[in-house]
Design a protein around this ligand. Structure first.
Ligand SMILES: Cc1cc2nc3c(=O)[nH]c(=O)nc-3n(C[C@H](O)[C@H](O)[C@H](O)COP(=O)(O)OP(=O)(O)OC[C@H]3O[C@@H](n4cnc5c(N)ncnc54)[C@H](O)[C@@H]3O)c2cc1C
Length: 386
């Protein structure tokens, strides 16, 4: 087995690290606490072409391999996980349009999305349906050349910038199973009846907004039906979520790495009983555990990314997302403990890591639901563990 990055990946990671160290880490704590939108960081990511990481070169994107894609999220989350959120659902939606859109849809949207002139997100969740996406209530009724869309989406990341927003709808609410009547529409935000109604208050994941969107008789042109065929919406969404799980696994590694770095730095400089606390075995047990768990999580994230390169990989991406997100949470808690009382202070970085880490076990499929996905994948023989 070859665990080495190729030359391009090494150079790309060095570039990302330098960007994160220079542009994100120095401002993350202040901007996160003040709720300031990170406009300058978005500009920097735009200049680096990061809004086009999942877009083919012919439409102006970087078309990264999945391991390099993972590196983007790992490195940015090391600086500030909320910033990774700005790129996350944008990249998944772009990939979904690139893989599933009609040629006309790709030509219309992808070049601007790659340049970051347009941005996007993904509108699946509703107030009464998250895990159970077949239970959504948003409908799209065909009326001449348009779909008339009605419903409410919630927790939508990047909602205030997304244009178009891919929205999961029921084009036929009567089918059994329900997914056969589900489709994705690319909804432009300037349409009448499309309104971002509120920003949801949240524990962490600041820097990017999470909003409720109401669609009230929004008339969406028929040509904005993703792929041009009804009934494929859930499949489109699920295929995007696979890369999403790699993205979350990688973000988790980034959070964990930062917790690790902060914990080691603090343990070396903090003195108790006239010696650095890193001399105490109780602290070393935590430090050793941090290093071990993070390296295991990192390998798993890259392994899952590599599996995606080879095709559908629900089992591998599910396992990586579960494991890495749980390592991130544990690492952030241990880093707080090593910081003693200062770990609880908003003047230090580690409390943010803790607030951000917990989301990693919820987004892109909760860890519990993913455990069932992994089990089914192994039971069916699609994933082989040996
Ligand atoms: C900050 C943030 C950003 C988000 N961004 C987006 C976004 O950009 N776009 C978007 O569409 N969504 C987004 N989401 C929504 C997210 O994907 C959902 O919250 C998640 O899928 C869980 O859905 P739910 O909240 O409705 O929980 P529920 O589905 O109600 O689940 C509640 C609990 O029940 C468990 N559960 C449910 N069904 C089962 C089952 N069959 N077996 C066992 N356990 C089960 C779950 O694991 C969970 O513990 C975001 C959420 C947050 C918090």
């Amino acid at each position: 087995m070859d665990f080495q990055f190729n030359e391009d990946q090494r150079e790309f990671r060095a570039l990302l690290r330098e960007f994160v160290d220079r542009e994100i880490i120095p401002v993350a704590r202040d901007w996160e606490h003040s709720g300031r939108y990170p406009t300058e960081i978005v500009d920097g990511m735009r200049e680096m072409g990061l809004f086009g990481i999942t877009i083919p070169e012919e439409y102006g994107g970087l078309d990264l391999d999945p391991v390099s894609f993972a590196l983007v999220f790992e490195e940015i989350a090391r600086g500030w996980m909320g910033i990774a959120g700005i790129l996350g659902s944008h990249s998944l939606a772009c990939r979904m349009i690139a893989m599933r859109g009609t040629e006309e849809q790709k030509r219309k949207y992808l070049p601007d999305l790659a340049a970051g002139v347009r941005r996007t997100g993904i509108g699946l969740t509703e107030p009464d349906a998250g895990t159970d996406l077949q239970g959504i209530r948003t409908t799209a009724r065909l009326d001449g050349d348009h779909y008339v869309v009605n419903g409410t989406k919630t927790w939508i990341t990047n909602a205030r910038y997304a244009d178009p927003l891919p929205v999961l709808v029921k084009t036929d609410p009567t089918t059994t199973p329900a997914h056969k009547g589900m489709s994705i529409l690319l909804v432009e935000s300037s349409l009448d009846g499309y309104e971002v109604t509120k920003d949801l208050p949240k524990l962490g994941y600041k820097g990017t907004e999470s909003c409720e969107i109401v669609l009230d008789n929004v008339r969406v042109p028929k040509e904005n039906l993703l792929g041009g065929v009804e009934g494929k919406g859930l499949q489109h969404a699920l295929s995007a979520l696979e890369w999403g799980r790699v993205n979350i696994a990688a973000r988790s590694v980034g959070i964990a790495q930062r917790a690790h770095d902060e914990a080691f730095a603090y343990a070396k400089q903090r003195k108790a009983f006239k010696q650095p606390i890193s001399d105490f075995q109780a602290i070393q047990l935590k430090l050793g555990n941090l290093s071990t768990q993070i390296q295991a999580a990192r390998l798993m994230a890259y392994w899952a990314a590599d599996a995606v390169r080879a095709g559908r990989a629900d089992g591998a991406t599910g396992m990586a997302k579960i494991f890495c997100s749980e390592v991130a949470l544990e690492a952030s808690i241990d880093a707080m403990k090593i910081h003693g009382g200062y770990g609880y202070s908003t003047e230090y970085e580690v409390e943010r890591l803790y607030r951000d880490a917990i989301l990693m076990s919820i987004g892109e499929g909760t860890n519990d639901i993913l455990r069932t996905v992994v089990a089914k994948s192994v039971l069916s023989g699609e994933t082989v563990v040996r």
